[in-house]
Design a protein around this ligand. Sequence first.
Ligand SMILES: C[S@@+](CC[C@H](N)C(=O)[O-])C[C@H]1O[C@@H](n2cnc3c(N)ncnc32)[C@H](O)[C@@H]1O
Ligand code: SF4
Length: 369
Amino acid sequence: MAKNPIRHLYVHIPFCAKLCPYCSFHVETAMRNKSQRFLDALLIEIERQAGAFKIEPETIYFGGGTPSALSLSQLEFLLPRLRERFDPGRLVEFTFEINPATVSAEKARLLRALGVNRISMGVQSWDDSVLKTLGRAHTAAQSQRTFDTLREAGFDNINIDLMFAIPGQSHEQWMRTLEKTGALQPEHVSAYCLTYEEDTEFFRKLQTREFAQDENRDADFYEITMDALGAAGYVHYEVSNYAKPGRESLHNFAYWDGRDYLGIGPSAFSTVGAQRWQNVPDSRDYADRIFAGDSTASFTEQLSDATKLGETLAFGLRTNRGVPVSAITPWREQMREFRELGLLENSNGRLVLTRKGKLMADAVAEAFV
Ligand SMILES: C[S@@+](CC[C@H](N)C(=O)[O-])C[C@H]1O[C@@H](n2cnc3c(N)ncnc32)[C@H](O)[C@@H]1O
Ligand code: SF4
């Protein structure tokens, strides 16, 4: 059994009503797999892990896919049984990712009653033409109704996911989406620059030049984001994440701080000490392995101390906490160059990204890995 208790738990629910043309997360649209057998498999996996590790989570994160695609009766079955399998006494943040098309008032109330206290909502845009380009299954009006429904159900910690630099999206459209978001005052906003992931329809359209990428334009989108969300009272605490003071995601910080976490469900990653593994990215194969008593891991890796340190520094640099200057000794020369380029600055003994550095965060972080 691992020495330290596991404080962070991720559960992957891989089902989506349809596949968005830009998405490369592990998702399945065949809802027949969304069965009792799959839920039983999740519970067996957590039970197995509770035999191997002491699980006392401070944060739980249900991600996907679309966890809110689970029906009322599936939620009523799964969540209480999940909590029975570990000690929930220290739990402070329990996040559920939702798609605005899949949450009724009844489901919102049920999630709240079952202990979920943070919602992450995939709004992406408040503009219907942009939502159409993204192939989303909901309109802006539906997102607004769902946001109101969640507030009425008692959720006082809501994240809104947004995306920018979408084909055809103008800076003005993005500005209006940011203004609308600021007016709603969710506690947290994640604003992602669209990435063209391999094996997606968007990637193919980029290759055939139906879509085009322009780094300077992307940088303008990013600057608009920093200015608008800053003016709306959000702290820019990580390259893509903004929060009201004190509402930063504790679960995300656990990843960025290099803490141990367990991932349950198909395709989920876990990192405990020097061990990292990933479950098979297929819900049927995953359940078959569980019922056969086999390992669910399709990939395992032993992390060296240097790799772990490099990862923690790379993630740390992306946050507004930065990293201690004393920790970067092996990369001192490279960091000096970044400082001379105006990408990094020293703030009370810690290295942090400058405004210009945030625009090139990936390039800076890459130096460590
Ligand atoms: C795993 S998704 C889960 C949320 C939910 N399934 C939804 O889409 O509403 C988390 C977020 O990642 C972002 N995302 C997904 N694919 C992306 C891509 N190719 N580029 C940038 N952001 C992306 C979206 O903002 C999405 O809300
Ligand atoms: S709903 Fe979310 S997870 Fe599902 S395909 Fe779309 S972006 Fe990906």
